[in-house]
Design a protein around this ligand. Structure first.
Ligand SMILES: Nc1ncnc2c1ncn2[C@@H]1O[C@H](COP(=O)(O)OP(=O)(O)OP(=O)(O)O)[C@@H](O)[C@H]1O
Length: 345
């Protein structure tokens, strides 16, 4: 019988390299695909491609290099910068998963005759839903929750039941091509942010225009160094005259370059408005738990949806909810949908 072809999204990192190995062992015909997503000139792509080349040689597989930098720049990078200009907190990996990896890379995989597209994400799928990975510390289901449901039947996550440390240990013994990858520094959180997000944003805007810190009544109580330096919940980097208790950022006002701060209770949120939904169920009213940012604990809630918007009524307050982040709905380990946070109160 002819082997089924799987395209593996290969980053040059350990997870996707082991993914390729595991699928080959399972009897699939494996091909790799490296996405060029940005124009870093510091040898970043060359290094990654060298790792992939060595792994491909060891496995005896073919790999492709797909330049999606134009699409990435429009759909992910510009959105990232614009979000900070607008005073919201973006999630570029969520956009990339929907538009680029499980959008354009999936199209490419199908064009190449692949039956599946596999990645080294830590998550599970049964073709209809995503589920949290076994290794909860590495779970990436949050980042996948905006992927179009049409894409799910093509997706494979062979690492879903593994622990990251086991993958590294396993890879180090496999071959020198793999061992070398385990010895490099692990990838950054956001692939195009080499240091901190402000280094990226300041290439496009003057982020260092000082402004006023306001209390909730609109009174001037201190100074800040430019609103783009702050995200909701931040408690450092601005002054509050005569304050003894810590103050937290509760609002950013780009229109007049002010930030609003308050004590911990001021961050408390009970209701969240969302938009641009991506649902895997048809119900418009349901109970579930919600994660209001990656690494947040889940909160029990009731949800009411309309056409492409909705309201989340939290059963317990959440703290530091930022517009621009994603609200992801879970029933147990199952992801039932998500929506982008528009406002919270
Ligand atoms: N530039 C890329 N080209 C192709 N696939 C990619 C690329 N970047 C990431 N991926 C795929 O998406 C998965 C998750 O990406 P993420 O950035 O979270 O990587 P990671 O967990 O560090 O994985 P890895 O160790 O493989 O780099 C990767 O395992 C890989 O399959």
């Amino acid at each position: 019988m002819e082997k089924k072809k799987v395209m593996v999204g290969m980053s040059g990192g350990i997870d996707s390299s082991v993914t390729a190995y595991m699928l080959q062992k399972d009897g699939y015909e494996v091909e790799g695909c490296y996405l060029k997503l940005h124009d870093r000139t510091d040898g970043y792509h060359e290094k990654n491609i060298q790792y992939i080349e060595d792994v491909a040689k060891f496995l005896g597989i073919k790999y492709h290099i797909l330049d999606l930098s134009d699409a990435f720049s429009k759909e992910v990078y510009d959105y990232f910068v614009d979000s900070y200009l607008e005073g919201t907190t973006p999630n570029p990996c969520v956009k990339c998963n929907r538009q680029i990896k499980f959008g354009k890379m999936l199209d490419f995989a199908k064009e190449q005759g692949a039956s599946y597209l596999a990645t080294g994400h830590y998550a599970k799928t049964d073709g209809k839903f995503f589920y949290e990975a076994e290794d909860k510390t590495k779970d990436q289901s949050y980042f996948l929750s905006q992927v179009d449901k049409e894409a799910l039947p093509y997706m494979m996550f062979p690492l879903s039941k593994r622990k990251k440390e086991d993958i590294i240990e396993f890879a180090a013994k496999l071959d020198s091509a793999y061992k070398r990858i385990t010895e490099k520094n692990e990838s950054q959180e956001i692939c195009f942010v080499e240091t901190v997000y402000t280094d990226v944003v300041k290439r496009h805007a003057n982020i260092d225009i000082p402004g006023k810190v306001l209390d909730e009544g609109g009174n001037e109580i201190g100074e800040h160094k430019g609103y783009m330096h702050y995200t909701i919940g931040k408690r450092r980097g601005f002054t509050v005259h005569g304050a003894h208790e810590p103050h937290f950022v509760t609002k950013l006002n780009p229109e007049n370059n002010t930030i609003v701060v308050g004590k911990k209770q001021a961050l408390e949120i009970n209701e969240v408005k969302i938009e641009n939904l991506n649902m895997f169920i048809d119900e418009k009213e349901f109970k579930c738990t919600v994660k209001l940012r990656y690494r947040a604990v889940s909160t029990a809630c009731k949800v009411k949806l309309e056409e492409n918007t909705g309201t989340i009524y939290l059963e317990e307050p959440a703290f530091g909810v930022a517009a621009g982040q994603l609200a992801v709905f879970y029933v147990g380990e199952k992801v039932i949908g998500s929506g982008w946070i528009k406002s919270a109160k």
